[in-house]
Design a protein around this ligand. Structure first.
Ligand SMILES: NC(=O)c1ccc[n+]([C@@H]2O[C@H](COP(=O)([O-])OP(=O)(O)OC[C@H]3O[C@@H](n4cnc5c(N)ncnc54)[C@H](OP(=O)(O)O)[C@@H]3O)[C@@H](O)[C@H]2O)c1
Length: 288
């Protein structure tokens, strides 16, 4: 479904860092209705029905999510509601409106015991935290929409609110701080403008519906990421970054040690994700 000025797109969770990039990419290319939590709590079937009736969308993009990974252990109900059951509400609404549902999930659904190499969509999930379990429930319930995309993303950065771990790391490095970074935690960073571009490309190319990993290409440890930020900022990476070991038991919620995602399935459908180091370099240029 290519975006045309008459394509009606409803964006839920419009306050999210990812939603800001989607707005920037989609506005002017389609008829976009963006609703924040205040305007549409996706956990409320009545609110979703009201907004859908008004927007009559061809596509629903859901960025709403309960993303406080540690907070979810204390308040599982909130996480399971927003990340799980509410996605079912949206999926049923999308099915009723014959709309496409594009929903986001997370690399945290994985937690392999050993490094298996970049994880493909069919790798066994192992959600060890309430957050991860709630997001996996959302993946399952999103399938109630016959026309659905579930995109697993990871370690977002570059949103306008600059609130992610990577954004905070970049700010500290660029102030001249020496930052601690995990030497043994492997991730696939995702630059939100690249994710927004991928969403547009996915729709334009009529990629078959289903589950895809949607992250920048390649993977690295948090030390690699921090060093790349320093290098792109013209700073001495050895001085800017102190490697420290990652201890999963140090946090209330378990986080995967290895969570590199392969985006080969998306690439096979012509949606090419730029390498993460290139994304970091472009991001750092926006900070100058
Ligand atoms: N950030 C990451 O590194 C990361 C990693 C992996 C996956 N993801 C996924 O990527 C997607 C986008 O994440 P993000 O980091 O851009 O999100 P974000 O900045 O944390 O924002 C989430 C938004 O969802 C809203 N929200 C929460 N519950 C809601 C509800 N019941 N109804 C409507 N809105 C609700 C929040 O509103 P309030 O602020 O008012 O609560 C907030 O505006 C999510 O699916 C997330 O799980 C993110």
């Amino acid at each position: 479904m290519p975006l045309t000025p008459t394509t009606r797109v409803l964006l839920t969770g419009a306050g999210a860092q990812l939603a800001g990039a989607i707005r920037a990419r989609f506005e002017g290319h389609c008829a976009l209705t963006a609703v924040t939590r205040q305007e549409c709590d996706i956990a409320s079937p009545a609110a979703v029905a009201r907004v859908l009736a008004a927007a009559n969308p061809d596509v629903i993009i859901n960025c709403a999510s309960y993303n406080d990974v540690d907070g979810a252990e204390r308040d599982p109900r909130a996480a399971l509601s927003a990340n799980g059951l509410a996605v079912g509400v949206l999926a049923d609404a999308a099915a009723g409106a014959d709309a496409v549902l594009l929903h986001y999930s997370t690399d945290f659904v994985f937690d392999p015991a050993v490094d298996p190499g970049p994880l493909r969509e069919d790798a066994p999930t192992s959600p060890r935290s309430i957050y991860a379990q709630s997001k996996l429930l959302g993946e399952i319930l999103a399938k109630r929409a016959p026309r659905h995309y579930v995109l697993r993303v990871a370690s977002l950065f570059g949103g306008s609110r600059a609130k992610s771990s990577l954004d905070r790391l970049a700010a500290a490095i660029r102030r001249g701080d020496t930052v601690k970074a995990f030497a043994n935690r492997t991730v696939t960073p995702s630059y939100v403008p690249d994710l927004a571009e991928a969403a547009a490309a996915l729709l334009a190319r009529d990629v078959p519906y289903g589950l895809y990993h949607c992250v920048n290409s390649g993977h690295g440890t948090w030390v690699d990421v921090a060093r790349a930020i320093a290098v792109a900022s013209g700073l001495d990476a050895d001085r800017a970054v102190t490697p420290v070991p990652f201890d999963p038991s140090a946090f209330p919620a378990r986080r995967p040690t290895y969570a590199a995602l392969s985006n080969a399935a998306l690439a096979a459908h012509g949606v090419m994700m730029p390498p993460w180091r290139d994304a970091i370099a472009r991001y750092v240029r926006t900070l100058s």
